[in-house]
Ligand binder design. Structure first.
Ligand SMILES: CC(C)(COP(=O)(O)OP(=O)(O)OC[C@H]1O[C@@H](n2cnc3c(N)ncnc32)[C@H](O)[C@@H]1OP(=O)(O)O)[C@@H](O)C(=O)NCCC(=O)NCCS
Length: 341
C-alpha cells in the first residue's frame, strides 16, 4: 500500500471523504482552505483508495487538530491499513509542532485502533492524543497570554473549540445549550454545525482569543427561528477560567452585535448549581428570569435549570414577514379565506 497525503479541492468527492453534511461540499471544494489545513491520508493499492482519514488544524497555527472520517474498505479491514495511515498522520502532526489531537468514536474497534496510537478516552466517547512533552497541556494551553481580544469566530476555530469545550474546566453542567452539550458530552462537529446555522443573520459567534492566538472563550447568539420569537435569541458561552475576568467583554460584545441582528431579548440556559456562571452573567447585566424545576439530571440528582435574560431593546424590526413559512397565513390564503366568507 502507498500513502498519499493530499489536500482538497477534491472535485466530486464531497459525499465520500467528509461525513459532515453541513460543510462537506465546502471542505471538498477547498473553500475552507483560508481557515483550515485539512490533509487527507489516502491508502492506495494498485491506484485504488482502500482507506482514508482526515485531519483538521487551523491553517496558521498547528498546535491542535481533529482526526475525522476514518475508514477502511471492508475487503481490506484488519490488515493494518488504518494503523499505517494514523501513524503517518500523528507523525506529521507532531513534527509540525502539534500538541493535541481530538476525535470521537462510537465504534469499539476504532477505539482500540486509536488507543494503540496513544489516544485516551477523555470526555464521553471523545478521545485525545497528547504529543510527547505535552503532558501539561490541560494546565498550560488555556492560561497566559492576557489580555485576550474579542473577534468574530471563523472555521479556523474548529479545533480550538474542541479544546475549550472538552476541557474539564469550567465544570458547568450546560456546556453549550445550542448544541445540547452537557458537562460529560464530548464536543466536536458541534462547532461547524452551529457556525453554519448562524449564516444569513441567524446569529453570531464571537471568539475570545489570547495573545498566543488560542481560543479561550466563545459566545454564540442564535435567533429563534419562528415568526413569533424572531426578536429573541439564545446565548451560549464558555470562557476558560483563567480568562473569566474578560467574560463580560465577550458577553457585552455579543450583546452589541444583537443590534445588527435585530435581536431584542437574549436568553441563557444554565444549571442552578453553576454559581460562577451566574456571576459572570450578572456582571454583564443579565438576571434570572425563569426556572424549570428539576429539568437537568446531574450525577443521579435533578437540578433546576434557570433562564437568565437581558433585554437589549424594546422593539426589533421583523426580519421574517408573516409570509414566512412559520409566520402564518400568506396573502393568497387570506384572500381565499375572505372569499369563502
Ligand atoms: C475502524 C476501522 C477504520 C479500522 O480499520 P482497519 O484498517 O481494519 O484497522 P487496522 O487493521 O489498522 O487495525 C488496527 C487495530 O485496530 C483494532 N481493530 C481494528 N478492527 C478491529 C476489529 N474488527 N476487532 C477488534 N479490533 C480491531 C485492533 O487493535 C487492530 O490492531 P491488530 O489488528 O494488531 O489487533 C475500520 O474497521 C472501519 O472503516 N470501520 C467502519 C468506519 C468506522 O467506524 N470508522 C471509525 C470512525 S471514528
Amino acid at each position: 500500500m502507498t500513502i498519499e497525503v493530499c489536500e482538497p479541492p477534491f472535485p466530486g468527492g464531497e459525499h465520500s471523504l467528509c461525513w459532515w453534511g453541513d460543510i462537506a461540499a465546502d471542505l471538498m471544494a477547498g473553500n475552507l482552505r483560508p481557515w483550515l489545513y485539512t490533509p487527507y491520508y489516502l491508502g492506495k493499492i494498485d491506484g485504488e483508495v482502500v482507506g482514508y482519514m482526515g485531519c483538521q488544524t487551523p491553517a496558521d497555527t498547528r498546535e491542535v487538530g481533529l482526526v475525522e472520517f476514518v475508514w477502511t474498505d471492508e475487503a481490506h479491514r484488519r490488515k493494518g491499513i488504518a494503523s499505517l495511515l494514523l501513524g503517518r498522520l500523528v507523525e506529521e502532526f507532531t513534527q509540525a509542532g502539534g500538541l493535541a489531537l481530538y476525535l470521537c468514536t462510537a465504534n469499539p474497534h476504532a477505539g482500540s485502533l486509536y488507543e494503540r496510537h496513544g489516544f485516551r478516552y477523555f470526555v464521553g466517547d471523545g478521545m485525545r492524543y497528547l504529543a510527547p512533552g505535552a503532558g501539561d497541556f490541560d494546565r498550560d494551553y488555556l492560561e497566559g497570554g492576557s489580555p485576550a481580544e474579542v473577534r468574530d469566530a471563523t472555521w479556523a476555530d474548529l479545533p480550538g473549540a474542541s479544546v475549550l469545550y472538552n476541557h474539564p474546566e469550567p465544570r458547568w453542567v450546560v456546556k453549550d445549550y445550542l448544541s445540547e452539550s452537557f458537562h460529560d458530552t464530548r464536543y466536536e462537529s458541534h462547532f461547524v454545525k452551529t457556525l453554519r446555522r448562524l449564516e444569513g443573520r441567524r446569529g453570531v459567534c464571537l471568539a475570545l482569543e489570547n495573545a498566543k492566538r488560542r481560543l479561550v472563550g466563545l459566545a454564540t447568539v442564535e435567533r429563534r427561528g419562528s415568526f413569533a420569537e424572531q426578536h429573541t435569541g439564545i446565548l451560549s458561552f464558555r470562557v476558560a477560567p483563567a480568562f473569566s475576568g474578560q467574560a463580560a467583554d465577550l458577553l457585552n460584545a455579543a450583546v452589541e452585535r444583537c443590534a445588527d441582528l435585530e435581536v431584542a431579548v437574549l436568553h441563557v440556559y444554565l444549571a442552578d448549581c453553576d454559581d460562577d456562571q451566574k456571576q459572570l452573567l450578572e456582571e454583564a447585566g443579565f438576571g434570572e428570569e425563569a426556572r424549570f424545576k428539576r429539568r437537568l439530571r446531574v450525577d443521579g440528582e435533578y437540578v433546576d435549570m434557570v433562564v437568565y435574560a437581558r433585554t437589549i431593546a424594546q422593539t426589533a424590526a421583523a426580519l421574517f414577514d408573516e409570509g414566512y413559512y412559520y409566520g402564518g397565513r400568506k396573502d393568497w390564503q387570506r384572500e381565499r379565506v375572505d372569499a369563502a366568507g
